[in-house]
Design a protein around this ligand. Structure first.
Ligand code: FES
Length: 156
């Protein structure tokens, strides 16, 4: 089926067409702008560049920094660096998963939260640590997570 090409994709292809690695650079620009790579833009790109859609998805899934779904409004980062891991980081992850019904790398259905596992947030003395958006929570107990989450948005 013939896909209508947006100005956004036409401009991006124009900008990058003569450069090496252009597909990746274009995907970066799309993600920077939208926060993820929407499927309809991948379809347009496939047509514009004459590259099969499957190849574009191969690239997107190979590099795990590309996202295929919109990021949540609030980003939860639970630290699983050594210090946090030893102090129960996994319990924090499990509790967030139980409350929000998402796995790391996923966004809640209402688009409120995105859950991420990170290596070290640079404040190991406060382990276990989690961060929501720009706010750091240290020495977090599993029993406090519901409260912490509800300060940022709905947990339904
Ligand atoms: S290991 Fe978690 S903050 Fe460093």
């Amino acid at each position: 089926m013939e896909q209508k090409i947006s100005i956004e994709i036409k401009n991006l292809v124009d900008k990058w067409k003569s450069k090496e690695g252009n597909l990746i650079m274009i995907l970066h620009e799309i993600q920077n702008h939208h926060g993820y790579v929407p499927r309809e833009l991948s379809l347009e790109l496939s047509q514009m560049l004459d590259v099969p859609l499957a190849r574009i998805y191969e690239v997107i899934t190979f590099y795990n920094f590309f996202k295929l779904t919109p990021p949540g409004k609030h980003k939860i980062a639970v630290c699983m660096g050594t210090a946090c891991y030893l102090k129960g980081g996994q319990d924090l992850i499990n509790e967030v998963k139980n409350i929000l019904h998402i796995e790391p790398g996923q966004t809640t259905k209402d688009g409120q939260y995105y859950l991420d596992m990170v290596r070290c947030l640079g404040c190991c003395g406060l382990a276990p640590v989690m961060m929501i958006d720009e706010k750091v929570y240290g020495k977090v107990k599993k029993s406090e997570i519901m409260d912490i989450l509800s300060k940022h948005g709905s947990t339904d």
